[in-house]
Design a binder for this molecule. Structure first.
Ligand SMILES: Nc1ncnc2c1ncn2[C@@H]1O[C@H](COP(=O)(O)OP(=O)(O)O)[C@@H](O)[C@H]1O
Ligand SMILES: [Mg+2]
Length: 289
């Protein structure tokens, strides 16, 4: 009887506890719009009734709090520097928006993490997965050594690029780097700051073809976000786009992407699909074909 009650209790606990999906927003080149995407995508998920934790892993150069217009009292440095601290203590609970952890934006926050620190953080994160539907990591550009372990633990990798050739080649390098460490990762490609939808889909197709041809792996074409002055205005106002410019073209595109993601539709038929390509350079630099 006792055993039965116990197993029932466990079942109820299991049903109650969530199992967060983890997403990392990465890029090769910096300044392509990762943080703006991570913040607004998380807020949009939250508006859909999901419980979201946004984790700023651009350590020492974090700016999620700026975009949210908040001033966090504690950052990841407080957790790492005090081995007896609890991860809950550094989570900022926002009544209207997603909960978040700040990466800190002072040089004093740039720190060396040893193996124990990383392990402690990973353990804390695995516990947090029971309290959230989604944990979204906003990564720094490129591959920082100390956050690599977390990146490799994440399920879905959102790769942000712009149509610029430098951003595209760096996005490819970043995916290759991650892929060679773990070929099981799911990549979702986003082209931000596209002047036209066509420019965006061409950019994503080039990357998709490069991944398929050179690494023999398929990636999801997630979507295109337009160049939109609302982004800069929202950053200046320190009110997230989703709340300050809900009718802007970028927010409409973002909502479309979110619906597709939640419905599991992330690979669209390539617009203007072109024939076979012979080398990476041509693949990545060919524009408006
Ligand atoms: N879709 C866009 N349209 C116009 N400007 C954008 C767009 N996305 C990003 N930006 C600009 O680029 C800047 C850098 O964006 P951010 O999200 O901080 O990039 P990252 O996190 O990749 O470094 C923003 O402050 C904004 O001015
Ligand atoms: Mg950023």
């Amino acid at each position: 009887m006792k055993d039965q009650a116990q197993s029932l209790r466990l079942k109820i606990l299991e049903a109650q506890s969530r199992n967060a999906k983890t997403i990392a927003v990465v890029s090769g080149k910096g300044g392509v719009g990762k943080t703006n995407f991570a913040v607004n995508f998380s807020l949009a998920l939250q508006k859909e009734g999901k419980k979201v934790l946004l984790f700023d892993l651009d350590i020492g150069m974090g700016n999620i709090h700026i975009i949210l217009g908040r001033q966090p009292e504690k950052t990841i440095a407080d957790f790492i520097n005090d081995p007896f601290s609890n991860i809950e203590d550094i989570i900022y609970y926002d009544e209207e928006g997603a909960s978040y952890i700040s990466g800190g934006n002072g040089l004093q926050n740039i720190m060396e993490w040893d193996e124990e620190d990383v392990e402690r953080l990973l353990t804390a994160l695995s516990e947090l997965t029971h309290s959230y539907d989604y944990i979204v990591f906003d990564m720094g550009a490129g591959a920082a050594q100390h956050t690599m372990e977390i990146l490799m633990a994440v399920e879905d990798i959102f790769v942000v690029t712009t149509p610029e050739p430098t951003a595209v080649t760096d996005a490819y390098s970043m995916m290759k780097f991650i892929y060679l460490k773990d070929s099981g990762k799911q990549f979702y490609l986003i082209c931000n700051r596209a002047e036209t939808e066509q420019e965006g889909t061409d950019t994503l197709n080039r990357l998709k073809q490069a991944m398929s041809k050179f690494l023999n792996t398929e990636v999801h074409l997630f979507g295109v976000l337009p160049e939109d002055a609302a982004v800069r205005k929202a950053v200046t106002r320190q009110v997230p786009l989703l709340n300050s410019y809900p009718q802007s073209s970028i927010v409409l595109s973002l909502n479309r992407l979110l619906r597709q993601y939640l419905a599991g539709i992330t690979t669209f038929t390539p617009a203007g699909k072109k024939g076979f390509v012979s080398n990476l350079k041509r693949l990545l630099f060919r524009r408006n074909v």
